[in-house]
Write a new protein. Structure first.
Ligand SMILES: Nc1ncnc2c1ncn2[C@@H]1O[C@H](COP(=O)(O)OP(=O)(O)OP(=O)(O)O)[C@@H](O)[C@H]1O
Length: 271
């Protein structure tokens, strides 16, 4: 890892190629230990998969990184700074975007409007200017619309722009979730079970899409996923959890062959 210390007049900051660092994170729900001292780094520009059997703590960790849950102990650093004091509504402007397992789209709005909503946190206009339709708000709206159209083109969804969400196939809605998340130009895109409910062709499109997002935007990707084939194909690094503890992290092949991971999934292997 390529860390170096850079001194300025007022402060000393750590310049690092680690985008996100999970440091000894524990989370308890009453007597249940959902996460127990979990640590790992996500290098900038990598695609990282987070796996583990049911109840392993994947969603809990995902929710801690997106600030939906608080940790009991440990720290989570984004670009070298703790995010634990940052409110949830700041996550998007800080560069952390996410998609949801259960689609969180507005069924009675058009595709374009849903995608434009994803870009609003980066807007400069205020509530009053928007209400009065002042010239700069109209310009910003136009720019937002153009950007939404270019994200829709990137995702191959431009033909659907004016359709209502309600009637669209599930696979298209899943792509729209990704499109909307891209509107905030995330440095880290967190994807919660992106493969869930997709058919075979949609799965191979998803692999290509995740790679294209990283390659063209330089976006770092963290995905929580049960579909092992997808995780192993698309990830450069995989972190495996079980019963709230990190079992292993490494290249997909190392994880697939790791005896503790095999045992956690199959209940067999190493004795
Ligand atoms: N809000 C909550 N309140 C109480 N217990 C919770 C809560 N969220 C998670 N848990 C518990 O924490 C543990 C980890 O759950 P979590 O949902 O993070 O696992 P997971 O790996 O995402 O599982 P799955 O793959 O089934 O979604 C489980 O025992 C779960 O029951």
């Amino acid at each position: 890892m390529n860390n170096e210390i850079e001194s300025t007049n007022s402060a000393t900051s750590v310049v690092t190629d680690t985008l996100l660092s999970v440091q000894d994170v524990s989370v308890h729900f009453g007597g249940i230990i959902a996460l127990d001292g979990v640590s790992f780094d996500i290098p900038a520009g990598q695609i990282v998969g987070l796996i583990g059997p049911n109840g392993a703590g994947k969603t809990t960790l995902f929710n801690c990184i997106s600030r939906l849950y608080n940790v009991n102990s440990g720290d989570i650093l984004f670009e070298g700074k703790s995010i634990l004091q940052s409110p949830i509504h700041k996550m998007s402007s800080m560069g952390i975007g996410r998609t949801f397992q259960n689609l969180a789209l507005f069924a009675n709005l058009s595709v374009l409007d849903n995608v434009m909503i994803g870009g609003h946190p980066t807007g400069k206009t205020d509530y009053v200017s928007n209400a009065l339709h002042l010239p700069w708000t109209r310009r910003e709206e136009r720019e937002l619309r153009d950007r939404a159209m270019s994200v829709l083109r990137f995702m191959g969804l431009q033909e659907t722009a004016l359709q209502l969400i309600g009637g669209l196939p599930f696979g298209v809605q899943k792509r729209l979730e990704i499109a909307r998340a891209l509107m905030s130009k995330p440095k880290l895109l967190m994807m919660d079970e992106p493969a869930g409910g997709l058919n075979h062709n949609e799965l191979s499109d998803l692999v290509a899409t995740i790679r294209k997002i990283r390659d063209e935007f330089g976006t770092t990707v963290l995905l929580v996923e049960h579909h092992m084939g997808l995780v192993m194909e698309v990830s450069e690094k995989v972190v495996a959890l079980s019963f709230g503890k990190k079992l292993a992290e490494g290249a997909p092949r190392e994880i697939q062959e790791h005896p503790d991971v095999i045992e956690a999934y199959l209940g067999t292997g190493k004795k």
